[in-house]
Design a protein around this ligand. Structure first.
Ligand SMILES: Nc1ncnc2c1ncn2[C@@H]1O[C@H](COP(=O)(O)OP(=O)(O)OP(=O)(O)O)[C@@H](O)[C@H]1O
Ligand SMILES: [Mg+2]
Length: 256
């Protein structure tokens, strides 16, 4: 059975897309079969994977409209990794999908491919809308990437309420796997001061702060421009993400 994990935070630029990609590729490097899913109209995950959604024959948007099957909207990007394509038309999702069952479109369609992958990792947009609701309704777990700043901490309460609502209505077993500090700089006093606060916020959400932090590094931007995965260079950020994937898997094995 496929396990579905969502990267969520309505604050922009906290490394949801970067972490979706790094987690997905990291799991594939360890032998798991992975489906990456792009639920953001910005289609950054598709860009990062070098896939142009505008010329695609079908996207997840078409699947939601009943115009294509999920298989039509999936492309293989490398050994063991497929990508479910997002769509620029997702900008209209909140006003367009108004039917009953609008929050379980993704859950239904992913249900048909449960035996093909070990993990589905979903990238979401920086907003609390219908697409995030779909991702959360379909998911087993949520990872919240967070950059250390006061503003991001404030947003956590809103996100937490949103997750609670989905839990009540659609997905009672949805769990928050953890909060991951990204673009972190151990050397700044501000970042160190915020560590305690982030730890407390995570506990309030009933989850943990990952021991691993992902450092701020120019290698991230470079790898995205080059459309290379971060593991292709022996960088310190690759080491961080490898530690994170290992920590994620330790929890997975502990759960069983
Ligand atoms: N650890 C890091 N060090 C330096 N830059 C990073 C790091 N992680 C991500 N970035 C950069 O920060 C920017 C935002 O990252 P990313 O696109 O992953 O965030 P996001 O949460 O998906 O953003 P959005 O909310 O717009 O979808 C990108 O330019 C990315 O290259
Ligand atoms: Mg993104």
């Amino acid at each position: 059975m496929m396990k579905t994990i969502v990267l969520a935070n309505q604050k922009g630029g906290c490394a949801k897309t970067s972490t979706t990609h790094a987690l997905g590729i990291g799991l594939a490097n360890r032998g798991y079969k992975v489906l990456l899913a792009d639920l953001d109209a910005q289609c950054n995950l598709c860009d990062y994977c070098g896939v142009d959604t505008e010329n695609a024959s079908a996207t997840l948007y078409n699947v939601f409209h009943g115009q294509a099957t999920i298989q039509d909207a999936i492309v293989n990007i490398r050994l063991g990794v497929d990508l479910l394509l997002g769509d620029l038309l997702f900008t209209k999702a909140d006003s367009e999908f108004v039917q009953i069952g609008r929050e379980t479109m993704l859950k239904k369609t992913l249900g048909t491919i449960q035996d093909r992958y070990d993990y589905c990792i979903i990238d979401t947009a920086p907003s609390l809308g219908i697409l995030l609701a779909n991702a959360l309704a379909a998911a087993d777990g949520v990872i919240i990437p967070l950059t250390a700043s006061r503003f991001s901490l404030k947003g956590m309460n809103q996100l937490s309420r949103f997750i609670d609502e989905i839990r009540e209505d659609r997905n009672p077993t949805l769990k928050i796997n953890g909060v991951l500090l990204t673009r972190f700089n151990k050397r700044t006093v501000l970042n160190r001061l915020l560590l305690d606060e982030v730890q407390q916020s995570a506990e309030q959400l009933g989850t943990k702060l990952y021991k691993t932090t992902i450092r701020q590094s120019i290698v991230m931007d470079e790898s995205q421009v080059m459309q290379e995965d971060i593991y292709s260079q022996n960088s310190s950020i690759a080491e961080d993400y490898n530690n994170f994937v290992d920590e994620f898997l330790e929890d997975e094995h502990g759960d069983k």
